[in-house]
Design a protein around this ligand. Structure first.
Ligand code: MLT
Length: 238
């Protein structure tokens, strides 16, 4: 039986942990949810970039590209879009390249490129993602992005959901995320309420992004599996 492993932060990855495996990068609030939505609504690609200045340069070099992202949850000066998945509608992103920089999610994507494949995972595409991984058959590692260098409850819950749906043999850390998710759903009554209790969800709600939090908790509403090709620096729909 294939195996599923997980790390609570990309910095927890050890030497060859991703070698020969599928890496799944998860940033439920909100980077990976936004990437799934952007590509699902017709963006040609998403280009993840680590820094705000790097993103400005990249968008400048790509004709017609949208400059997108956040710092501290809000859109930096001069950016076309922030990091709200709901802003990436078909009429805004259709046919365009989205150059995206976020505090943790785009960094995690670049730290996971030792994987044989690098997939973008969210609660919104959990079912399609699990189907993709099962069809492929290789072992997988869930890489949670975290928040400002610390572990994020919502990413671990999203990872736990994927461990549950995948049904693979789980490492201790993957099993821990599954049990955290199961326990949290029991304790809070619903995955969404559990996620709303997280530090980052509360911060986003204070900033006025409550709808983003609600949307990020919609299980399996997207059938899209984004794949990051680090050789060309682009994430595209599979
Ligand atoms: C991140 O990458 O840190 C996040 O996606 C932050 C956010 O916009 O909520």
């Amino acid at each position: 039986m294939s195996k599923i492993d997980a790390v609570a932060l990309p910095d927890h990855l050890v030497d060859d942990q991703l070698c020969g495996k599928i890496a799944v990068v998860i940033d439920v609030l909100r980077a990976t949810t936004t990437i799934v939505e952007a590509l699902g609504n017709g963006a040609r690609c998403v280009v993840p970039v680590g820094s705000v200045d790097g993103a400005r340069m990249m968008a400048h070099d790509r004709e017609g590209a949208l400059l997108c992202g956040e710092r501290g949850g809000v859109k930096p000066d001069g950016f076309s879009l922030g990091n709200s998945p709901l802003d990436y509608s078909p009429c805004v992103v259709g046919g365009l390249d989205c150059v995206l920089t976020t505090t943790n999610g785009t960094r995690a994507l670049h730290l996971a490129t030792d994987g044989d494949e690098v997939l973008v995972g969210a609660i919104t595409n959990a079912n399609a993602l699990c189907d993709w991984i099962r069809r492929d058959g290789r072992d997988a590692v869930l890489v949670c992005s975290g928040t400002d260098g610390g572990v994020s409850f919502e990413d671990c819950l999203g990872a736990g959901l994927i461990v549950d749906r995948l049904g693979y043999q789980a490492s201790d850390s993957a099993a821990m995320m599954f049990h955290a998710m199961e326990g949290a759903v029991e304790r809070f009554g619903d995955l969404r309420y559990a996620i709303e209790s997280s530090f980052h969800a509360k911060r986003l709600i204070e900033l006025g992004f409550e709808d983003d939090v609600t949307f990020a908790c919609e299980v399996g509403v997207s059938s899209l599996v984004p794949v990051f090709d680090s050789a060309i620096g682009e994430i595209q729909a599979d």
